[in-house]
Design a protein around this ligand. Structure first.
Ligand SMILES: Cc1ncc(COP(=O)(O)O)c(C=O)c1O
Length: 397
């Protein structure tokens, strides 16, 4: 039977990881996979996680199943974190949350839900968007369309083009929006632009699907959720996929949640029943350990303070790398406009060079990034910035 299956090419991001591992050069720089690294190149276990984990292991008395919805105390804490206790939709009991295996699990369950609710709807994703959005959403059978998002030459959000295209999206279609720290461009909407998008989706009857995978990596936990909160207050219904891989450093534990805002309490409850059925049919129940850690951190005031401080350290380190890189490029005589490294937010920016340059950076200079030129700036250290700047200038000249 399996003779019908030809070998697939490697996943683009995982392929870069493999090439990096094989490179024996001590000078190699990994800007590939989207994980945070400290100045020594490690992806640390946060102190708040270590403490929470010790407590959980000491207190745990069973490994019996939890439930398809995961831990309810986790789900409630995620609603607080994403929307805030004062949010109108929360007060009206129109919000449901279901724990999922990471943000990917949330995105896929949400896509399956959309496919069941509106089989003919298209989902509009930004061009470019995170590569894995395409299989996660398309794999559920959703038709994908792209809206312009980024003006590569100016290295800026192309907001007018985005709005112009979304104005033409048919009522009932879905729009995927990155809550903050857009992957791969680092170019986010400002407060006015979020208002314009909120007006547009509510006026045109589009369903917003918000992907919030980097809450806390842009400005802080609250500020990074402002766009999501605004949209959720302006539309009758929306979906939110959230992930704690990055902001708690719980990548391999698979911690995330799918939130849905319904037009009424009864509608939200109906949506929840479908979400649970979908979860049951794919993975039955989400893994528990990471969510147990997350609840401990969200709900214990001292641990939460430690988390917020550790999150600030991660965020500020990436911002510092952005500044150092822009400075080094200017100092070494680059004639480009490098302000964008400092203006953009989160881990990623696009180099804006053709694939041949990306390949040259890898082959000659041992600098690894995805073929589209996406750079994870958290892969930089003060000791590697100058080398990267030199490599970029030489490879692009
Ligand atoms: C934009 C975006 N959404 C969602 C995710 C989901 O992450 P995970 O499934 O690891 O929680 C990621 C991870 O890289 C991401 O970049």
């Amino acid at each position: 039977m399996f003779e019908t299956l030809n070998r697939l090419s490697d996943d683009a991001i995982l392929g870069v990881m493999a090439k990096y591992r094989e490179d024996p050069s001590p000078l190699k720089i990994d800007l590939g996979v989207g994980v945070y690294r400290d100045a020594e190149g490690h992806t640390p276990v946060l102190e708040c996680v270590r403490t929470a984990e010790r407590r959980i292991v000491a207190a745990q008395v069973t490994k019996a199943y939890v439930a398809p919805a995961g831990r309810e105390e986790f789900n409630a804490a995620v609603v607080d974190l994403v929307l805030g206790r004062e949010h109108r939709a929360v007060g009206e009991r129109r919000v449901i949350a279901v724990q999922t295996p990471g943000g990917c699990g949330a995105l896929r369950v949400g896509a399956e839900l959309l496919r069941a609710a509106a089989p003919d709807a298209s989902i509009h994703v930004s061009d470019p968007t995170w590569a894995n959005h395409l299989p996660l959403l398309g794999g559920a059978g959703l038709r994908l369309q792209r809206y312009p998002y980024y003006e590569a030459a100016a290295r800026r959000l192309d907001f007018d083009a985005m709005i112009e295209r979304l104005e033409r999206a048919p009522t009932g279609d879905v729009v995927l929006l990155h809550g903050c720290c857009h992957n791969p461009t680092g170019a986010d909407l400002d407060a006015d632009q979020w208002r314009t998008v909120a007006d547009l989706v509510s006026r045109r009857g589009l369903l917003p699907y918000l992907d919030l995978a980097y809450q806390g990596f842009g400005a802080d936990l609250d500020a990074d959720a402002q766009g999501v909160r605004l949209i959720a207050s302006r539309v009758p219904e929306c979906l939110i996929a959230t992930s704690f891989s990055k902001n708690l450093g719980l990548y391999r534990e698979r911690v995330g949640a799918l939130l849905a805002v319904g037009a009424s309490e009864a509608r939200a409850a109906a949506v929840r029943s479908h979400v649970l059925q979908i979860a049951r049919s794919i993975y039955s129940m989400p893994p528990d350990h990471g969510a147990a850690i997350a609840v401990e951190i969200f709900t214990d005031p001292a641990l939460r303070r430690t988390w917020i401080a550790e999150l600030a350290t991660m965020r500020e380190r990436v911002q510092a790398m952005r500044r150092l890189l822009a400075d080094a490029l200017r100092r070494l005589g680059g004639d480009g406009d490098y302000d964008y490294f400092e203006r953009q937010r989160g881990m990623f920016s696009l180099l804006g060079a053709p694939p041949a340059v990306v390949e040259r950076l890898r082959e000659e200079f041992h600098v690894y990034m995805t073929a589209d030129g996406r750079m994870n700036l958290a892969g930089l250290a003060p000791s590697s910035v100058e080398r990267l700047a030199q490599a970029i200038l030489r490879a692009t000249r």
